[in-house]
Design a protein. Structure first.
Lengths: 238, 348, 821
């Protein structure tokens, strides 16, 4: 498999020039009855296009929160997130939604799919929303993810692994700049999970997007090119 | 027939504050006429009603025997009560008289009674003087000829009915002093006459069985506005058919002091007023009926006539219904004479 | 036991955190109970009043004797009966007016009154004495005195100028009646020596043969258990009220179901936890049952109070309707009868139990650990649709069957009920079909999702949408009937009230006098006597009205059947015109010969025409005036109408008033009559309209409750779409739009359903209940109204949930993905 390594080399070169994603002093706290609870206390991070990173940490360390902020799913309190030159830390909702549609793909641990749409419709959903449906790319994704026979099924009829594959397909169908995953294999058994990881990494390399994954499995983290650990809301310097 | 008691109906007459005497008969009667001594009693006019007086009755009792010598008593009474002294032209429902009638048949074992009430003025009840006719609902007592020599009396009630023909055997008899009958020392009195000489023939129907009967009957007519003194509780009244066609009427009004009077009636209808000291009335035994104790056996004496008898009732329980508070029943007597008659006890 | 209490405590703690839901639950059940028990209270009140009115004479099981033809009979018959030994007590009843209010004057004879009569206190000696001496006494219920603004001891004066004896309060007097001595009554009503009935002493049983033997054919024996006329006449009115109450209850029941559903949905995790902790199934069910009892008692109790308030508020209108339509007098004080509030609580309990049953069964079948998969709702959804479709078709079949087999009022209501039921069952199927069409037409992703996802909501919203459907359909159905009636009635009244002036003389002698005077007046174009008599045909009361031969009638009096020929025959032959309801009741038609009991004999006449007589529960015959006088000499000869030029009406009426004063018992112009008649009907329909509106409100609340129930479930469906990049505002807007779409769908179905209801009400129910038929009129404007109402209802119900969605924090969505469901 030569292409990936060439790719990653090229990616490294690009990193040195301008990172796709830059996070500066990111802060986020949640309101609780006992007062504001600081979850992120100044996180600095950058990610180049094509780079893959694993984000690790104890539960409650804020890794999911960080992912959400990067994915324009939520607002930051302070700090900067710059994605491809655009500051996205505190965007109005319309802009955030547009960003999510066009530039970012997200895969959660569960409930990714829209229950009332078929697999094929799910796959095309984000791309159609963004107005960037590419039938050929769509077909290729379907094939690569092994979903041809499941095209007219509904999510409730799929196994966990199948559902995650559809989720990934949907996220990548729009050719995002950045693919985010929050414990995507957390609900799957080891074998299925590994298979899903393989597919994901292959497709990430093929599309050349950046990949940021939250996980607490060191084994999975090892498969990605970088690892960062969050401890109590800030990156641990390793 | 269920209904209010005689006493209760009589209470209609009294003002609430002053129900005095038995059934209020001792209360004042403002606006009504009072009996006056010397008022002539004229027939046939006085057979009719006297609405200017407050109370009035047409009272018929009879001692009867069937073919097999079973003794019966019969009663037919029509009472009139004036609620208000009459004004001119009070016709129809404006009539202020309320009428009540009692009918009874008594045997040694039974006392069957019936009562009915009616309002005057509309034709359901009435008394005509000439020819005599007294009627209420389907009961009647009417003369069959203009001279009142013959009459028929008809009544019916639960379990009994009767239709009897009466034949008069003597003149109408004025009681008291030419029809003015005093009842108390304080002067309360009524106009009172009787017809003790009726002979009777007819039939009774008891529980569907017809019984032919014959015997004697006694008619009483009285009208007044205040019959008793306020302190008097009631009276005991006796009517006796004596031998050789004579008759005896006695009464005792019980009060602070008893007022006793009587009338010895000869066969030709002439009368002799009996004074209190001439008469002796002694209750001999009591019958208890409910809460009431009634003297139903008596010893009666009229000293001036050598008359000394003991009276016993045919049916000691001749109580007029469960709620009625008077006792009326046929009696027989023996002693210096023997015969039959009727006894009435009120106010016990 | 301890387990149950513990579980109960846990369950109840839920309400502390969600007081709004608790309020909704209690409110829903309370409203439903209130509507049901309110209607029951009204019905019970009316029945009591009829019974109290009747019991005056039938107390103790006493037989009554009345005129065979209806109306009064000579006192002489009473005397004849008494002289024959029959223990009867006379009475005279009539209507009198006091200060423009109608009262029922009842004359009784206290000496002979049976002890079992409700007026027995008058037999008591003191009272009898008061009645029969001095000024005498009259009696009325305390409430009647209040209504007439008369103090005890005062003398009530009738419009005819008769002063009744001083009046005193007595509790057992029927409402709206004044009791006097019979002699007084005969004078006050100017009916010397006439009686309206005899009461037979209960101890004495009389049979018809004996009665005929003594009194001939002019009297009729009425057994005590024979339903009195009033009860029968008003039966249909009360049936209508009850049907409405039932409908209202059903709709309210939907709220309860939705609210309980919400409660269960929200407590699923808690229930799961309780079970996992070891609380047994029995304890859990016991706790749920306890909770149900507590809530139901609370809500039911509130509902009964609410019912009382509703009934008290509607009572004046109901009373006015009943009085106007049937002459029935209702006591204006609502009595707290055990029967209706017990039935209210029972219904509340039953309703809550039913609503809970489905929720309970779900809770019982809940697995201890839930799988982290989307609820397999599609399969369930399909099964659900199939089931609904099957039952719906069955109900439709039932409706068709009922129509062809059952007869009368029951059939009418059965058909309507089954049709509504089938519509309710088929509604989700119809909505699903609508969504299917949309889905196949939509190409854009969100649009496609909009329709596809709507399916998920159908099952959860179906009950509330059904409530809305029923409310809207009823709105159209009843509204259509009311509107149709209003228009028809107005037109009909215009035709009937051609004559300009109507008057009633105090006595027939006065009537003669006025007639003679009127002949001299140049303003009077025509004098038309409108004399009346009464009779009974086939044991049904019938009014008899005479008509003069005048173009007023031949040109304007509308006939349903029979044309110019009918008028000629009416005046030249022995002929009658018969009212629509009488024709229906007797099952005759034009050309039939009718034997009519007249004053002295039977009069045989031919039916030559049929006329509409809206709102009259009794039958009516119209005949030539001369023939009326000939065959019904005891007809009341005091009613007349006058023709005059419009400009002359007011001065003529004033002249009459000045000339005749008290000799004129009543004098009105046709505008006044029209207003009175219209008022009566407006009152009647106010009642139904009020209930209708309440039902709509209840439906809206049901919808709202259902949406709240669904909002949590919806989150799992909406979150992925949001994550993919759609704003919350957009999503909320789509939710709102979907609700509006549903309501439009409901409205579309409601309209034909409502039209069907109108048809059933007009052609079947009304005919069976009242005997007259309205033309079916359609009001397209109403349909537009219905759409608007539906949309507004949906807006009202869906706005808050949509706003909540729009304002929800991202964290709420993110929770879905993070295993915190």
């Amino acid at each position: 498999m030569n292409a990936p390594s060439v790719r990653s080399e090229a990616a490294t070169v690009e990193t040195l020039s301008a990172p796709l994603l830059r996070i500066v002093n990111l802060r986020k706290s949640y309101a609780t009855p006992q007062g504001p609870l600081a979850v992120l206390r100044g996180v600095d991070l950058s990610l180049a296009a094509g780079e893959t990173m694993a984000l690790m940490g104890e539960s409650g360390s804020g890794k999911s929160t960080l992912l959400h902020l990067v994915g324009a799913l939520d607002d930051a309190d302070a700090g900067e997130i710059i994605l491809d030159g655009v500051s996205i830390a505190r965007l109005p909702e319309n802009a955030r939604a547009a960003l999510r549609r066009e530039a970012i793909g997200v895969v959660f641990q569960q409930f990714n799919l829209i229950a009332s749409l078929t697999v094929a419709e799910n796959l095309a959903f984000q791309a159609q929303l963004a107005g960037r449906l590419d039938p050929q790319w769509q077909a290729r994704l379907t094939h690569r993810l092994g979903l041809e026979n499941l095209a007219s099924r509904y999510p409730e009829q799929l196994s966990g692994g199948q559902q995650q594959r559809v989720a990934i397909g949907r996220a990548l169908a729009v050719r995002p700049k950045l693919l985010l995953a929050d414990e995507p294999t957390g609900n799957l058994d080891e074998a299925t999970g590994d298979a899903v990881m393989d597919l994901t990494l292959d497709l990430v390399t093929e599309t050349g997007c950046a990949f940021l994954m939250v996980t607490h499995s060191a084994r999975l983290a090892a498969r990605l090119s970088r690892r960062e650990t969050l401890v109590a809301g800030a990156l641990a310097r390793s | 027939m269920k209904g209010k008691t005689l006493a209760g109906l009589l209470a209609l007459l009294s003002t609430p504050a002053m129900a005095q005497g038995y059934g209020g008969l001792g209360s004042d009667a403002p606006g009504f006429d009072m009996p006056k001594p010397g008022t002539p009693i004229v027939f046939p006019k006085d057979h009719g009603a006297h609405p200017r007086f407050r109370t009035e009755w047409w009272y018929l009792t009879a001692n009867l025997h069937s073919a097999d010598r079973t003794a019966y008593g019969m009663q037919w009474t029509l009472f009139r009560f004036g609620l208000e002294p009459p004004r001119e032209s009070q016709e129809g429902w404006e009539d202020r008289n309320v009428w009540m009638a009692h009918a009874a048949v008594t045997s040694a074992t039974e006392n069957l009674v019936a009562e009915t009430r009616s309002r005057g003025g509309v034709g359901t009840v009435g008394v005509e003087a000439q020819p005599f006719k007294a009627y209420i609902d389907d009961w009647s007592f009417e003369a069959l000829d203009p001279g009142f020599d013959k009459a028929r009396v008809v009544a019916r009630g639960p379990g009994f009915s009767y239709s009897l023909e009466l034949t008069r055997g003597g003149p109408f008899v004025l009681q008291g002093d030419a029809g003015f009958s005093q009842k108390a020392d304080t002067g309360q009195a009524s106009h009172y006459y009787s017809q003790p000489f009726f002979s009777v023939e007819g039939a009774l129907s008891l529980h569907g069985q017809e019984v032919k009967v014959a015997g004697k009957a006694w008619m009483d007519r009285e009208w007044s506005s205040q019959t008793m003194a306020p302190d008097q509780k009631g009276w005991d009244w006796f009517s006796l058919h004596l031998a050789n066609g004579e008759a005896l009427m006695l009464f005792r009004f019980r009060g602070a002091r008893d007022y006793v009077s009587g009338n010895w009636i000869s066969a030709d209808g002439s009368t002799a007023l009996l004074g209190a000291d001439d008469i002796s009335l002694t209750p001999l035994s009591q019958t208890a009926i409910g809460e009431h104790n009634l003297p139903t056996r008596w010893r009666v004496q009229v000293k001036s006539r050598g008359f000394d008898i003991e009276i016993s009732p045919l049916n000691p329980r001749s109580w007029m219904g469960a709620n009625f508070s008077y006792w009326e029943g046929p009696i027989s007597f023996s002693g210096s004479q023997s015969g039959e008659g009727y006894l009435e006890l009120t106010g016990y | 036991m301890r387990q149950t209490l513990f579980a109960l405590a846990a369950l109840l703690s839920h309400w502390r955190r969600h007081p709004a839901n608790l309020a909704m639950l209690i409110l829903g059940l309370a409203i439903a109970t209130a509507l049901w028990s309110g209607v029951q209270a009204l019905n019970a009140q009316a029945r009591k009043s009829y019974d109290s009115a009747a019991a005056v004479f039938t107390g103790g099981g006493a037989q009554n004797i009345v005129s065979a033809r209806g109306g009064l009979f000579p006192q002489e018959l009473f005397v004849r009966l008494r002289r024959a030994g029959v223990k009867v007590s006379p009475a005279l009843e009539g209507a009198a007016r006091v200060d423009a209010k109608n009262i029922r004057l009842i004359g009784v004879e206290p000496v002979t009154l049976p002890a079992a009569s409700t007026l027995a206190p008058l037999r008591e000696n003191r009272e009898a004495r008061n009645i029969l001496t001095g000024e005498g006494r009259s009696f009325a219920a305390p409430q009647t005195l209040r209504e007439l603004h008369i103090a005890e001891g005062a003398r009530i004066a009738t419009e005819r100028g008769f002063a009744l004896p001083p009046v005193y309060a007595i509790d057992s007097a029927p409402p709206g009646a004044v009791i006097v001595d019979i002699g007084i009554a005969q004078k006050a009503l100017d009916q010397p020596e006439r009686l309206s009935r005899l009461v037979v002493a209960p101890e004495q049983r009389l049979d018809s043969a004996k009665l005929t033997e003594i009194a001939g054919n002019s009297l009729r024996l009425v057994e005590p258990d024979e339903e009195n006329d009033l009860s029968r006449l008003t039966d249909s009115f009360h049936l209508n009220l009850t049907a409405f109450g039932l409908l209202a209850f059903l709709v309210g029941f939907f709220i309860v179901n939705a609210s309980f559903g919400l409660a269960f949905e929200q407590r699923l995790p808690m229930v799961r936890t309780l079970r996992a902790l070891g609380v047994s199934m029995r304890a859990l069910v016991g706790a749920l049952f306890c909770e149900l009892v507590v809530l139901t008692s609370l809500a039911g109790g509130l509902g009964v109070v609410g019912g009382y308030l509703i009934a008290a508020a509607l009572l004046p209108d109901v009373a006015a309707s009943l009085e106007g339509l049937y002459g029935a007098k209702l006591s204006g004080q609502l009595a707290l009868d055990a029967s209706w509030w017990l039935s209210g609580l029972a219904m509340a309990g039953a309703g809550a139990l039913l609503a809970v049953a489905s929720g309970l069964s779900k809770a019982l079948r809940l697995p201890l650990l839930s799988a982290a998969r989307p609820i397999a709702w599609r399969e369930a959804h399909h099964r659900y649709l199939r089931r609904q479709g099957a039952f719906g078709a069955l109900a439709l079949l039932g409706a068709a069957l009922a129509y062809s087999t059952v007869d009368g009022l029951a059939m009418g209501f059965a058909v309507i009920a089954l049709a509504l039921l089938s519509a309710a069952l088929l509604l989700p199927v119809a909505l699903a079909a609508m969504l299917q069409i949309g889905e196949s037409l939509a190409e854009r992703p969100l649009a496609h999702w909009f329709f596809a996802d709507g399916r998920q909501e159908i099952a959860g919203l179906s009950l509330a949408l059904t409530a809305l459907l029923l409310a809207l359909a009823t709105n159209i159905g009843v509204g259509g009937m009311v509107e149709g009636f209003r228009e028809t009635f107005s037109g009909w009244l215009d035709q009937r009230l051609i004559a300009e002036i109507y008057y009633e003389a105090a006595t027939p002698a006065d009537a003669r006098e006025i007639e003679a005077w009127a002949k001299e007046q140049r303003e009077v174009a025509a004098i038309l006597p409108v004399w009346r008599a009464k009779t009974r045909i086939s044991n049904w009361p019938v009014e008899i009205i005479g008509m003069a031969a005048h173009e007023t009638y031949s040109a304007h009096f509308s006939l349903l059947e029979g044309g110019a020929e009918a008028w000629r025959a009416l005046h030249e032959e022995d002929a009658v015109l018969v009212s629509e309801q009488l024709v229906r009741r007797l099952k005759i038609g034009v050309g039939a010969m009718l034997d009519i009991p007249a004053t002295r004999d039977l009069w045989r006449a031919k039916v030559v025409g049929i006329f509409p007589d809206y709102g009259n529960p009794k039958g009516q015959l119209r005949l030539d005036h001369a023939r009326l006088v000939a065959h019904f000499p005891d007809a009341s000869g005091v009613h007349y109408s006058l023709r005059a030029a419009p400009g002359d009406v007011a001065p003529l009426m004033e002249k009459m008033q000045n000339c005749f004063g008290p000799k004129l018992a009543r004098l009105v112009d046709n505008a006044a009559i029209k207003k009175i008649s219209t008022d009566i009907f407006e009152r009647t329909f106010t009642v139904t309209t009020a209930l209708d509106t309440l039902t709509l409100v209840v439906a809206a609340v049901a919808l709202f409750a259902s949406l709240l129930t669904l909002s949590n479930l919806r989150l799992a469906h909406i979150a992925p779409v949001w994550a993919v990049g759609v704003t919350r505002r957009r999503l909320a807007g789509l939710e709102l739009l979907r609700m509006l779409l549903f309501s439009v769908g409901v409205a579309l179905i409601a309209i034909p359903l409502g039209l069907f209801m109108t048809w059933s009400l007009v052609a079947v129910v009304n005919v069976a209940a009242f005997g007259w038929r309205l033309p079916i009129l359609v009001f397209p404007l109403q349909w537009a109204e219905v759409f608007v109402v539906a949309l507004v209802t949906a807006l009202f119900a869906a706005t808050i949930p949509a706003l909540r969605l729009a304002r929800s924090a991202p964290a709420d969505f993110l929770k879905v993905f993070a295993n915190e469901r």
